[in-house]
Design a binder for this molecule. Structure first.
Ligand SMILES: NC(=O)c1ccc[n+]([C@@H]2O[C@H](COP(=O)([O-])OP(=O)(O)OC[C@H]3O[C@@H](n4cnc5c(N)ncnc54)[C@H](OP(=O)(O)O)[C@@H]3O)[C@@H](O)[C@H]2O)c1
Length: 319
């Protein structure tokens, strides 16, 4: 008979609370400045024990926010299944200390109701997510992308109804353009389900959301902002300093391609490395620091394929 090792969270997990947490917009919620994303490294193709160690390290050090989506894996849905197993094995006693998000918007199942922003899709998707994660509710549910063909009212009213049904405590949107963000903010405020947070890509190589005014809009209107891919999927680290490691995201070749390692990226990296050296930081820490310094950023959502990577990233804000 297999004896499962029991997990007990560290008693010191909140010892850095003063520096770790930041208020999310003008809400009552505090989020860790370093949050953990499940897009990669938590799927059914990944070793469960490694995923487990990464989440233990996270929670033991106060990283209370885990970010998921219906189609994270691979295979689609399997990152949520991993979270479900982690809840059963380790985290059930700590449910109220965790802030778990999921999303729907991208392709999840075949046919006309398996993606975008219809009420039909969002409702069904969240029910599936809750079943996979073995949860009664999520802390935060996102519309994962803007749907230009579904009336915004339909998508937003569904988000309101999801909160009213107790399936999510808060609402967020991700990858919506500025005009749609304005509309969403107003629509949700009028229904007393305030927009908690916007999730968008922001890093030293991609400042589009700042240039478009999305970050400023969130800051001016008390909406939190969480930056995804703050390390540009690993480009803004020393991961590729000696070539392409066999176990790296670039070696897998699907989401990060060798062609992305351009001269412009190399030049930016050189600058980040120089700044890191002057500040006594690692390259990843300097890259994360830059994002966290931008006005309006609540948290950075990092990925990690090892405990050491997450430790390196966390040491941006706590030593
Ligand atoms: N809303 C959206 O549309 C959207 C889109 C993308 C992501 N997200 C969210 O954002 C999260 C983070 O995205 P991301 O994974 O692209 O973030 P990222 O932090 O930019 O990249 C993570 C990858 O960088 C490498 N890495 C991380 N820390 C490192 C370190 N200290 N030293 C060296 N390499 C390091 C690892 O690559 P290796 O795997 O090669 O080791 C890791 O898998 C996702 O999990 C998801 O929750 C949301």
């Amino acid at each position: 008979m297999e004896l499962k090792e029991l997990y007990k969270a560290s008693d010191n997990r909140y010892s850095h609370a003063d520096t770790l947490y930041r208020r999310c917009g003008n809400s009552g919620v505090l989020l860790p400045r370093i949050s953990l994303g499940f897009w990669h490294n938590f799927g059914s193709v990944d070793p469960y024990e490694r995923s487990r160690q990464i989440t233990h390290f996270a929670f033991d050090n106060g990283i209370t926010h885990f970010d998921l989506a219906n189609n994270y894996g691979p295979v689609y849905g399997s990152a949520e299944e991993t979270l479900g197993k982690l809840m059963d094995d380790d985290f059930r006693p700590y449910r109220d200390e965790l802030f778990i998000s999921t999303k729907a918007g991208y392709d999840m199942w075949p046919g006309p109701y398996g993606e975008w922003g219809s009420r039909k899709y969002l409702m069904a998707s969240l029910d599936q997510s809750l079943r996979r994660m073995h949860l009664d509710y999520v802390d935060l549910f996102y519309s994962h992308r803007f749907d230009p063909l579904t009336p915004m009212q339909e998508t937003l009213q569904t988000l309101v109804d999801i909160v009213r049904a107790g399936k999510a405590l808060y609402i967020g949107i991700s990858n919506w353009p500025l005009e749609a963000l304005r509309f969403a903010h107003q629509y949700l405020a009028e229904r007393d389900v305030p927009l908690l947070i916007y999730q968008g890509r922001l890093n030293r190589l991609d400042r589009k959301q700042m240039d478009e005014g999305i970050l400023a809009y969130c800051a001016d209107n008390g909406i939190g902002y969480i930056a995804f891919s703050p390390l540009a999927q690993g480009l803004l680290t020393d991961r590729y300093i000696n070539g392409i490691p066999a176990d790296s995201r670039m070696a897998k070749g699907k989401f990060l391609k060798q062609e992305q390692l351009t001269t412009e990226v190399e030049n930016c990296l050189q600058q980040v490395r120089e700044e890191a050296r002057c500040n006594g930081q690692t390259t990843a820490q300097r890259a994360l620091n830059w994002v966290l310094e931008q006005h309006g950023v609540t948290s950075v959502l990092v990925g990690a394929s090892s405990v050491n990577q997450l430790k390196d990233n966390l040491e941006t804000v706590i030593k």
